[in-house]
Design a protein. Sequence first.
Length: 416
Amino acid sequence: MDKFIINGGIPLKGTVTISGAKNSAVAILPAALLADTPSTIDNLPDINDIELLKEMIEYLGGRVAKKEHEVMIDPAGINSFCPPHELASQMRASYYLIGALLSRFKEAAIAMPGGCNIGVRPIDQHIKGFEALGAKTSIEHGIIKVKADKLIGTHIYFDVVSVGATINLMLAACKAEGTTILENCAKEPHVVDVANFLNAMGANIKGAGTDTIKIIGVKEMHGCRHTVIPDQIEAGTYMVAAAATGGDVIIKGIIPKHLESIMAKMSEIGVIIDECEEDLRVRINGRPKRADIKTQPYPGFPTDMQQLIAVLLALADGVSIITENVYEGRFKYLDELKKMGVKAKVEGRTAVIEGVEMITGATLSATDLRAGAAMVIAGLAAHGVTEVTNVHYIDRGYEAIEKKLSQLGADIKRVR
Ligand code: UD1
């Protein structure tokens, strides 16, 4: 298994370009299956989750031609509704194949989704939505089975704000008969990106990015060309890395609106952020300041940035409180960071972090995607050598992280 060896203490300097958004791309590839003709998707991040989806779509009979950051998906030959379980169970977003296949074949059978272990992650809201559209569902031997004679538009209220359920029900309702209204929807930028893609394929979706989404079912959808939005969490990751190392970094190719809550919190922490169209310059004078963070669905502070910003707070002057409102159990990484001298106490959904002036290198095991990235940043900011193991978690969601960091002057090596 690969690991990173990081020689810390070097301020990051230079320019980094942000890749396409993982959470958009993993929904857009399955969404392409709704069309009768091929779609081309560009600005695709080169990450392991995309490779997994490519393999699953090929297994289903689709033709996939991928070249660097562009992929052509021809769904014409799709003749199966059951992706291989050993692939589907490896990633959370395989659940989007349920919505897509249900829409197209009125049937899907998929292993319960895997992904990061960051607490209980039920999919009851997805299932409730599929059933409301007229599907019958069951879970047998770890496989979710969904089947319908026909799908009929209806009114669905989500009991929790869920990115996955919102997107999955948009997929399932695109070709349902009549009108579907989704209420209490997630408003994340990738929900809007997926809706834009579906509309370009001929769907009729209005209101994505608000609480209420209206979908008028259409009979046919066609291929289109689409550019994936930039990844706001990858951008936030490099913003934290710049500040935690006392560096000065230009982050290129972002949509500033998507980063508002992250920029606001980082400014409170004392990070200097200059915005110029699609670029940000990020630097800091002196030690970070303490701050309290509460994670919320968009436009609140994203849970996916919680573990990353904790590294800055661990080095801040004073005591910070993080409240994790989205997931239970997203604080396991703090036990690893404690090996570096980080001072933190966790009680339920709250972590109290007492900032220290310096952290030191240690051997850490990545516990999930964002935790792994947080450990890499901690290693960059620490004195001495840090080893981060279980790098496969990081590769699921970050394109060429060690290459991008090395270009900023970091001393980081991948060891196989
Ligand atoms: C997506 C993102 C993930 C991010 C999360 C929250 C993808 C592939 N992943 O995950 O990176 O951390 O949004 O921004 O886009 N819930 C239920 N029942 C459900 C669905 C969700 O109770 O049926 C709960 C979850 O347990 C969690 C909360 O709702 O507490 C939000 O989860 P959700 O937005 O669905 O997360 P994902 O879509 O899985």
